[in-house]
Design a binder for this molecule. Structure first.
Ligand code: SF4
Length: 210
């Protein structure tokens, strides 16, 4: 069994928010306030659907989101990231397509969030995503977007697929947060490209104190 863990509604979705590209911090905050509301509305609807199904089947507890982490390796080195501190033998590990799909089947949650590491590094990620979509599950494919331009044609737009791009604020804030200059601009361009190709694109904000 390769299920890494479940998140509850609040923890699982607090960071998964719709995104327009904004560069002003005030606009950013206002926008986040709106999208968080939108996000909870969406989750509430989905949750009601799952509750209905669970009730019909006499099930009292059920998973809503599967957090599937097929690798910990990343192409960034953000301060405070716990994943990239693992030793090389862990960072070199990958879950296979079959292991991922077995976890999805075993969990049964209607949403699968794929964080990392950086999922787009995984050579079989397109097959993993395709397999999850074939099961009519919603996929949140989290990415720092550095590889999105290069890999985007490996994926097909689908109502079940959303690219969830890591974006912590305006240019200075984001580049400081990920400890590398220029990443904000790459992420914004990648989001525009994804939208132009018909993909759904959200962004996730990481808030770290201290
Ligand atoms: S992009 Fe995510 S996984 Fe990669 S170093 Fe930053 S926080 Fe860690």
């Amino acid at each position: 069994m390769k299920i890494i863990g479940f998140l509850d509604v609040v923890n699982g979705f607090a960071g998964l928010v719709c995104c327009n590209i904004t560069t002003g911090f005030a606009e950013w905050c206002l926008f986040l306030e709106n999208v968080v509301c939108e996000c909870f509305l969406y989750v509430s609807k989905l949750r009601l659907l799952v509750i209905d199904q669970a009730k019909n089947q006499g099930v009292k507890k059920y998973p809503l989101v599967l957090m599937l982490e097929p690798l910990f390796k990343c192409n960034l080195a953000c301060a405070g990231c716990g994943k990239i501190d693992y030793p090389d033998d862990i960072l070199d590990k990958r879950l296979s397509v079959q292991e991922c799909l077995d976890a999805v089947d075993e969990c049964g949650a209607p949403m699968v969030s794929i964080p990392g590491g950086e999922p787009l590094i995984h050579k079989e990620m397109p097959q993993i995503v395709e397999g999850i979509i074939a099961r009519k599950k919603f996929v949140y494919l989290c990415t720092n977007a550095l590889l999105l331009r290069k890999r985007i044609d490996d994926y097909k737009p689908s109502p079940y697929l959303t690219f969830s791009v890591h974006l912590d604020g305006n240019r200075d804030r984001h580049d400081t947060s990920v400890c590398q200059k220029g990443v904000f601009d790459i992420a914004v361009e990648a989001i525009k490209l994804a939208l132009s190709k018909g993909f759904s694109c959200h962004c996730q904000l990481h808030a770290v104190s201290g």
